[in-house]
Design a protein around this ligand. Structure first.
Ligand code: ATP
Length: 687
């Protein structure tokens, strides 16, 4: 009889039961694994079958498409946290998308090989095992190592959407097998709603203007607000109907001056007006017509309208339009841009009379620098009666506001006494702009109205605040009536002209001039405007193409004197120059009817630059072409920039090497000539 527990026996029994339970646990685990694998395989098959037709890079495409779909759905639903039931289920299972996507990629790869993709084993291994982040680059290259168009395009899309993918693909932590341990201090994985911009109502709910010109023309006789004299002038200039922006903006400006130019509607201070409309949509006439009409009835010549533009060339262009519509009305337009000497500009602005100084200008068109010079050094130059301040290319002009031209204008407008000027105004000193009150009614003051125009007008309230706008009204472009109703396009900050077809051209540095020649020769353009990022590049390219011969080429940059630049633009307009190589000096506002194609030889750095460059063609509802030469490292950033601006995706245009080969021998000769020309220039400079 055993009085004590025999340890050996107990131990045996325990180990037997432990063994049994271990075996049982193992079996259960194996069964669970098998079940899990079956489920995953089933899911793979159904997802591939349902999403992918016979495609070459199935795995990647399927995954990309599904992500795009999810993204689209989310955007559509406007909910950053919405998930498909399958995604939810997968998350609950703890497997996460990461594992699945890796398998999908492997699947796609196998099929790719089956379809003839000659990938080497090391590639296969990498692609089969790497997670989704590494995949696209491995999938980019075909057997020759060159990226196909489709996959390259996808690469851009992929890399550009990295931020978005982060939100869609679970993080590494999420993809780990489920743990029974609770992680203290961890955060629940809730998507954070995107911060919404809070815009003031006038910016958030602008007046909408149709972007499409041709479909929305309005006959002149259907816009009764325009003075018959001006209607006649428009008709003489072969304008029978108005463009959408003119239909909306002309009445809006005229309405604010309906009681004569001395007071706004109902005697109130008129609202300032901001207009954002695509390049070539007719913004110039949208301010020229109402300003001229408002001043038609003036008795005394005073500066009542001041138009400020960033460059001399633009100022010349706008004065030309003002001259056409003021011709025969008695209104005088004066340009102050530094084109003439300071003294001659003063002579055209005012003259001395018995009563003091007398203004000779009703409308002044100026560049900011020269304007400030006159405000500081021409005491008889008075803005006390100013009624309209037009800021064309307003976003560009705002860049320069820090330089103080606007402050100086505002000071001049509310100046009490003109030093030496004998033009004592009828009205008192201007007070700060605010609604009319009974207390102020006995002392009327000329309302100053600001009119802002640009194809790329900012909606940044902070920037606009610099202009001290008074109860402003904003006009923005939209594409269709449905979008107007849905208020969709208002979110898009920029719009391109309807007739523009634009492409990007992948290119290497050495081939750029040849590509340019190719476009000129093959497409037979008679009027091509080519942009470079610096005047040095413009000059060298000009020398090279001149040496190449066969092309009527000229350059346009600050290397030339104002007179030379004026002459060059004239010759280009007359068709005497086939290719104009220019810096961004001609990117804004310049209106040359015959420009059929714009080539960005150097990629533009900013979206606004791109919009203005390509906007030199496809004007007034016509068709136009634009090509942007891009080096490989520039592609992704450039396409991302366009997408961020809400512009449609650019198509790629390839230039085949057999198109270039015939140009090569002559090109090499031209390069040698360029070297000599550059040397000669250097020695000339030194001597
Ligand atoms: N109603 C119209 N009918 C026919 N042509 C017009 C009309 N309005 C303007 N145009 C022409 O359209 C062209 C483009 O106009 P404008 O230069 O005013 O465009 P814009 O909007 O100021 O462009 P950008 O933003 O590039 O300065 C000009 O040649 C102009 O003469």
């Amino acid at each position: 009889m055993a009085l004590f527990v025999v340890n050996r026996y107990v131990g045996d029994e325990e180990s037997v039961s432990a063994d049994k339970s271990q075996v049982l646990l193992q079996r259960l685990q194996e069964r669970a694994k098998v079940r899990e694998l079956q489920k995953q395989r089933q899911e793979q098959v159904t997802s591939v079958e349902s999403r992918e037709p016979d495609n070459e890079i199935v795995g990647l495409d399927a995954e990309e498409d599904s992500k795009r779909e999810v993204r689209k759905k989310r955007k559509h639903e406007g909910s950053p946290v919405s998930e498909s039931p399958r995604e939810k289920k997968k998350k609950q299972q703890g497997g996460g998308n990461k594992g699945l996507s890796a398998k999908n990629a492997g699947f796609g790869l196998n099929k790719n090989i089956k379809n003839g993709g000659e990938l080497n084993p090391s590639q296969e291994r990498t692609e089969g095992t790497e997670g989704s982040e590494g995949e696209p680059k491995n999938h980019q290259k075909n057997a020759n190592g060159s990226a196909t168009e489709e996959t390259e395009a996808r690469e851009d899309e992929y890399t550009d959407c990295e931020g978005e993918q982060m939100a869609l693909v679970p993080s590494a932590r999420e993809a780990l097998p489920p743990s029974s341990m609770m992680v203290l201090g961890s955060y629940s994985q809730k998507a954070v709603p995107k911060a919404q911009h809070l815009l003031p109502p006038w910016l958030a709910q602008p007046k909408l203007v149709q972007r499409r010109i041709k479909e929305n023309l309005v006959l002149l006789q259907d816009v009764p607000v325009i003075h018959p004299k001006l209607v006649k002038k428009l008709q003489v200039n072969r304008i029978q109907s108005l463009f959408p922006v003119q239909v909306k903006v002309i009445p809006a400006i005229l309405e604010s001056g309906a009681r004569g130019f001395l007071a706004g509607r109902g005697g109130y201070q008129p609202s300032d007006i901001c207009v954002s409309a695509p390049t070539g949509s007719g913004k110039t006439l949208a301010f020229v017509i109402p300003v001229v009409q408002a001043l038609l009835g003036r008795v005394v010549c005073q500066v009542r309208a001041l138009v400020v533009l960033p460059t001399k060339e633009l100022a010349q262009q706008v004065s030309k339009v003002f001259n056409i519509y003021t011709d025969g009305t008695g209104l005088k337009v004066v340009q102050i841009t530094g084109q003439k000497s300071f003294a001659r500009e003063q002579e055209s602005l005012f003259e001395k009379s018995l009563m003091g100084f007398r203004s000779l200008a009703d409308i002044v068109v100026a560049t900011p620098g020269r304007l400030v010079d006159h405000l500081q050094q021409s005491p008889a130059f008075s803005l006390r009666e100013l009624r309209f301040l037009v800021i064309d290319e307003a976003d560009r002009m705002m860049d320069g506001i820090q330089q103080g031209w606007l402050r100086q204008v505002v000071e001049a407008v509310s100046r009490t006494e003109e030093k030496g000027a004998g033009t004592a105004g009828l009205f008192g000193q201007r007070a700060e702009q605010m609604p009319l009150t009974a207390a102020k009614a006995d002392r009327p003051q000329i309302p100053l109205q600001k009119l802002l125009f640009s194809a790329t007008l900012t909606r940044n309230p902070e920037k606009l605040q610099q202009l001290s706008l008074f109860r402003p009204r904003l006009f923005m472009p939209v594409s269709s009536k449905q979008q107007v109703a849905a208020g969709q396009e208002v979110e898009k900050p920029y719009a391109l002209p309807e007739g523009l077809s634009h492409y990007y051209v992948p290119c290497s540095l050495n081939w750029k001039p040849l590509f340019l020649l190719h476009f000129l020769q093959r497409l037979k353009f008679s009027c091509v405007l080519c942009f470079t990022n610096s005047r040095e590049t413009a000059h060298r390219l000009f020398l090279l193409l001149r040496a190449f011969g066969g092309v009527m080429v000229a350059e346009f940059s600050s290397r030339l004197s104002p007179a030379q630049r004026k002459g060059t633009l004239k010759e280009f307009e007359q068709g005497k120059i086939q290719l104009l190589i220019s810096t961004d000096a001609t990117a804004r506002g310049i209106d040359i009817a015959g420009v059929k194609c714009v080539i960005s030889y150097d990629a533009p750095q900013f979206i606004r630059t791109y919009i203005h460059r390509v906007g030199r063609t496809a004007r007034a509802g016509k068709a136009g072409l634009a090509f942007t030469l891009l080096l490989k490292p520039q592609e992704s950033r450039f396409l991302k920039m366009l997408r961020a601006a809400g512009l449609p995706r650019l198509e790629r245009q390839r230039v085949k090497s057999h198109h270039i080969r015939p140009l090569l021998s002559r090109y090499e000769e031209a390069l040698a000539e360029l070297q000599n020309a550059v040397k000669e220039e250097r020695t000339e400079k030194r001597s």
